[in-house]
Design a protein around this ligand. Sequence first.
Ligand code: 3HC
Length: 303
Amino acid sequence: MTSTAEETVQQGRTFTTIGVVGLGTMGAGIAEVFARNGYTVVGVEQNDEGLARGRQHLENSTARAVKREKLTEAEQAELLGRITFSTELKDLTDADFVVEAVVESIETKKAIFRELDAIVAPDAILATNTSSLSVTEISTANSSPGRVIGVHFFNPAPVQNLVEIIRTVVTEPDVLDDVKGLVTALGKSPVVCGDKAGFIANTLLFGYLNHAASMFEGKYASREDIDAAMRFGCGYPMGPLALLDLIGLDTAYEILETMYRQGRDRLHAPTPILKQMVTAGLLGRKTGRGFYTYEGPDSPVVV
Ligand code: 3HC
C-alpha cells in the first residue's frame, strides 16, 4: 500500500533543554547562542573557577549586546536566566542535545561521552565541537555511536553564521536531519562534511594562518602590514595574526599539529614560532598577549 505524504513525514525530535559541557570561549559562546534562541541551557564545567569564568564571559558578551542596543537589559536578564550552571555531568539528565566544548584532548572528550551514556535519555543527541579530533573516535566511547555527531561553531560563536556538521560513517540519518534543523533554528547556516581533521573551513584557513605566522617569523613584513594586506587588499574582516590571537595560539597549534599528523600536508606543519609563543604563554587575547598585546580578552590592541 502506498502511504500518503502525511504518513511519510518524519516528526523530528523536539529540543528544549541543551547541555553545554565546557564553558571556555567556545562553550560560553555556544551557550549564549542557544539561550538567545529561547532554549533552556545547562552549562557544565569541571570546577567552580571554570564556572565563574564561563558566567563572566556570558555576562560580558551579553552586556556588550546591551551597550550596542541589540538587547534590552530585561532581555539580557531573561537570556541569562535560561542558563543554569553545574559542576556535575549528572545534571544533564533532561538534556535533549548535549554539545561538548572542552579542551582538544581525545581522552578527556571520550571520558565525557562515556559518562553521558548513563545520564541522558537514549534518544538524546550528543555532539562534539572539536575543531580537528576524530568525531568517529569520540563516538566509540558511547554505547550508541549513531547518535554522536560533530557540531563545529566558529569564534565568536554568537556572531559567526557558519556551523559545520560532521557526520561519521555510523551517524544515524535522522540524527543528522534533526541537527541540521536545530542549527537552522538557531539562525545559523549548516554545512555538512565527513570526518577528516580540519573539516572544511579549518583545512582551508589554517594553511593561510600558518603561512602568515611564518612570514612574520621570517621578518618579511611587520605584523601590522601582514594584517593590513589581507584586510584592505582582500576584504577579510581581520588580518591573519589578529585572527590567530582571537582563536588562541594554543588552539591554533593543536589544530595544525593534528591536521599535519593526519594529512601530512606541508602547509599544515606548524611554523616554529607558534610553539615558542605557546611555550612562553603568549596565547593571544585570552592571556593578554600574542602577536599583539591586549588590555583584556575583548579589548582593542594597546601595543
Ligand atoms: N563575542 C560576541 N560578540 C562579538 C564579539 C565577541 N567576542 N566580538 C564582536 N562581537 C560582535 C559585536 O558585538 C558586533 O555585534 P553587532 O553587529 O550585533 O553589534 C559584531 O560582532 C561586530 O563587532 P565589532 O563592530 O566590534 O567588530 P568587527 O566588525 O571588527 O567584528 C569580528 C569583529 C566579528 C571578530 C570580525 O572581525 C570577524 O568576523 N573576524 C573573523 C573571525 C573569524 O574568522 N572567525 C573564525 C575563526 S576559526 C574558528 O573559530 C574555528 C575554530 O576551530 C578555531
